[in-house]
Design a protein around this ligand. Structure first.
Ligand code: ATP
Ligand code: MG
Length: 269
């Protein structure tokens, strides 16, 4: 957990790598924050998180993308189609946990920054291997992988795609208590975390239980119909320790770059 700072310049931040958006949140998300990336289907939640992790890996950091939602091949193909160059970073796909030591060695020995993608397939296998109770096993396996990566290599930025998939798989008996401990676990790790939250199209809530209160920040992605157009939009709902412009920005992705534009204005008028 971070200590008390003496002045604001000591707050280190992880960029969202959305040009025009970071400038409106004092440069990025404070290191160690737990941020919900909330949006309905197809709002580019996975892409925005992936973009953060890819760019952080380009800076030499070690990032972990945990996909419960989409297979690693589907995710990586989507990202190649978006123009990401995987030769610039060290990408390690974890599919089989019995190979964990080899995978971690690839991370430790790399001269480049690391992007580790953990596929749900390997988690499934682990669960079959260790006969733990269905309810807790998913969460424990995720926690163990995250902890091991952090302890045996290093870990700077983490994404869980998605919280909603975790709930479907885990069937928590008392989700509010379980969630409280998940957040405590992530806070103790001192890793910047982006948790993807699938929400209704009407944006009536940002999460399923109390995650919106427990999280340090919420970034809201949406698709807004306007006449016969659909506009991609992004806004910051909250970001602790940060002076924010809460305007709604249009979100664009071109030539490998996310850009936020027209904050507070209608781009189509
Ligand atoms: N350059 C591009 N290449 C590929 N897809 C793009 C591109 N620009 C926009 N997209 C759109 O991105 C969307 C998918 O993005 P992504 O998978 O990140 O969204 P998501 O919110 O995670 O979706 P889901 O709800 O399925 O998890 C698709 O609808 C696709 O049309
Ligand atoms: Mg997704």
């Amino acid at each position: 957990m971070p200590g008390i700072i003496r002045n604001r310049s000591e707050i280190k931040r992880v960029k969202t790598y959305i040009q025009g958006f970071d400038e409106n949140i004092q440069g990025g998300v404070p290191v160690g924050h737990i941020v919900l990336m909330a949006g309905s289907a197809g709002t580019m939640k996975s892409s925005v998180c992936f973009n953060i992790l890819y760019n952080e890996a380009l800076q030499g950091r070690t990032c972990l993308y945990f996909t419960l939602e989409q297979s690693y091949s589907s995710l990586v193909n989507h990202c190649i189609n978006m123009g990401y160059d995987f030769t610039k970073i060290n990408t390690v796909i974890m599919r089989d946990l019995s190979n964990f030591s080899n995978d971690i060695a690839k991370v430790k020995n790399s001269q480049k920054g690391n992007l580790i993608v953990v596929d749900v397939g390997c988690v499934r296998k682990e669960i079959k291997d260790v006969k733990v109770s269905e309810n807790r096993s998913w969460l424990n396996v995720i926690k163990n992988i995250v902890k091991k990566v952090k302890n045996e290599a290093r870990l700077d930025v983490f994404t869980l795609d998605s919280l909603s998939a975790l709930y479907v798989l885990s069937r928590f008996e008392n989700p509010r208590i379980e969630l409280f401990y998940i957040f405590e676990f992530l806070r103790d790790l001192d890793v910047t975390s982006f948790l993807i939250s699938e929400i209704p199209v009407d944006g009536s809530r940002y999460a399923e239980y109390d995650e919106d209160f427990l999280s340090d920040g919420i970034i809201h992605l949406r698709l807004t119909p306007f006449r016969r157009n659909i506009v991609r939009e992004v806004s910051v709902v909250k970001m602790r320790t940060t002076k924010c412009n809460n305007d709604v920005f249009s979100l664009d992705f071109k030539n490998g770059q996310f850009t936020a534009m027209y904050g507070g204005q209608n781009p189509l008028l």
